[in-house]
Design a protein around this ligand. Sequence first.
Ligand code: ADP
Ligand code: ZN
Length: 748
Amino acid sequence: MAAMIVGVHPLAGFDKLLHYRVPETLRDSVAVGSLVRVPVLNALRLGLVGEIGPPRDFDVGKLKALAQVVYPFPALPPDLLELARWMAGYYACGLDSIIETMIPAAVRNGAGLKQEKLLAVTQRLTAEELAALTKRAPQQAKLYRFLEQQFRAQRKALVLARLGQTAAVAAALVKRGVLREEVRRIERIAYTDEHAHGELVAAQPHVLNAEQQAAVAAVTASLGAGKFGVSLLHGVTGSGKTEVYLRAIDTALKSGGGVVFLVPEVALTPQTVARLRSRLEAIAPGHRCVVWHSHLSEGERLDGWLALATGEARVVVGARSAVFAPVQNLRLIVVDEEHEPAYKQDETPRYHGRDVAVLRAKLTGAVCLLGSATPSLESFLNAQHGKYRLLQLLQRVDARKLPHIDIVDLRIEALKQRTLPLLSGKLVGAMQARFERREQTILFINRRGYSSSILCTKCGHIEECSHCSIAMTYHRTDEMLRCHLCGDQRPAPLRCPKCGAPDIRWRGLGTQRIEEAVRRVLPRARIERMDSDTMGKKNRFREVLAQFRAGKVDVLVGTQMIGKGLDFPNVTLVGLVDADMSMHVPDFRANERTFQLLVQVAGRAGRGDRAGEVVVQTFTPQAEAIQFSRHADYAGFAAAELKVRQDFRYPPYRHLIHHLFRGPNPEKLKFFAEQWAKLVEKTLGERVELRGPSASPIEKIKDEYRWQLWYFTNAVTKVVPELARLRAGFAWPDDLTQVLDVDPVNLV
Ligand code: ADP
Ligand code: ZN
């Protein structure tokens, strides 16, 4: 029989394909997609089998042997391997980095793998053989005799410990074929904590309304067609999109298929997870629903992954990276809140979970269902062009009214209060009324500590980080200033470091300041704050939400992290304290973000039987994003905003690629960025339009300067490989690092 040869992609920084000979004993367990260990530069490394067959230009006789097959089934099914190759080209990164993203670390290094090794006798020795063995290798004979008397396979670790022997003794007998070693996996049932929280929400299916029925019928039809298709479910907040997802999942599972259900990480609260799990497990009795998020222990992640890879489980609910879950016979991918920027990974590989979901569905021939109350303009334009099918839920369930939105003009309020206002009279009055009626309020702040910087009212001095050119953030709890980019910190000064004036004011609206302002107007209310500062501790987020749900908190103050996917019937007032912030950042998506935020935030109010009220405070009440959001007029907003995007040829009309250069020497950075830009312009010509190079909005981070270059193009798949090729051949100085980001979502 001819030797079996495989091409392997070693991981950990080796972006190439190396060939190996497969030993006879491993032949049956190797396939394309197998995770293996191979010798590279005299060390064993993990790798992934990318192809079966000999190399073109290498003497097969000289090939080294493959050392180990980690799992007896492919770690990446063929569709994921194809997806990995496509992503490496599209996002200009090494295939190894994609494979490492697709296969969780816990799976790759088998850490926490709850398994035990067993030993058993396979071949009985004759009396003479045993005598010979006793003479030659008494330890081996002892082990053999012990095992020979056992009725079934024994746990290796226990046997060796009991006989005081080393693993080498067993290995010698295994090698001679006298003993066999087998691995038994111990199943670990994870996620019980979610049920223990006493938050289980009734998970009965609802009777669908007409719009939901139409949407479900459309998705069922495309699932029935058994081929690739994308549907965009645009449903106003509270229109019952989840019910549509669940019915679609039901259909996919009943036809024997597998399902990936993506939600933004912050939406993976115990409430949603518990609700989904109980519904999904009711749909497919006997099937486990795997949950996938960043708080899993290594062991839990490994178990979930194994359950999917072996087909024990067919459905996974998770954040971004769950798009790579090894679900078998994938039929449906649901992406909830598809507009969420959190789907984009902000480190290599810089992929967009929603876009990758669509592509995986395409490569597999599955259906992709994208849902949102405020679809991204990218997806909406695809629907307008007929590439996606548009499904709409324009009514809230039970014909509940969308909440009334009050816009408060902070400029007028500032004149009234004769100071920069935190809470307007309107908002305070509304909160007091809620408190008296024992109803609940949520106050949103646009971004954590966005401008809780320290500002001298005399000379205008702002304390900046000395390593990054951004303002330091003031933290009242420990009287410290911190840089949110590099983490540098120092005590907050009592006097202005520049002019010495004693009244340095805390500018802007950190969550802490709002919390304090609420305490002043509602001294008897129970107030909780929720932002990434206070939520650092693992279970705090869940605790606060549970208390809020139980009615033990009157006012919840937080950043938009509390805005996602939460459903609190007793919340009848939502205040957005600072609607302007996201419009004043230099990002062409600022309007879209503001609109999305306003609509999503407003959607948190009035989910129960009582009508909701929303108060939006702003210095720019005339802005389009604010005006359209008053009536949750998505279509109106999209039309106006798409027109602007088209005029400027911004995404979604063209793709955008960001190229960042960083290093310690600003002159050198500028020089090389300019040389590079010239080369690109000359080589790629018409296919890209360049902007820059220029200093980044944040010029310095952690003592490194930053320059950037933008490319606009209609042909990412042609331009990116070309950029990658040019980049590899360019003479970069050693102290310059550069990063390509295709389809970036945050421009500052
Ligand atoms: P969305 O995600 O569109 O904002 P949800 O899926 O969270 O809305 O649904 C809002 C609420 O309406 C949930 O409490 C859900 O259980 C309920 N619901 C969904 N469909 C129906 C229906 N057909 N009849 C009654 N209630 C429903
Ligand atoms: Zn800094």
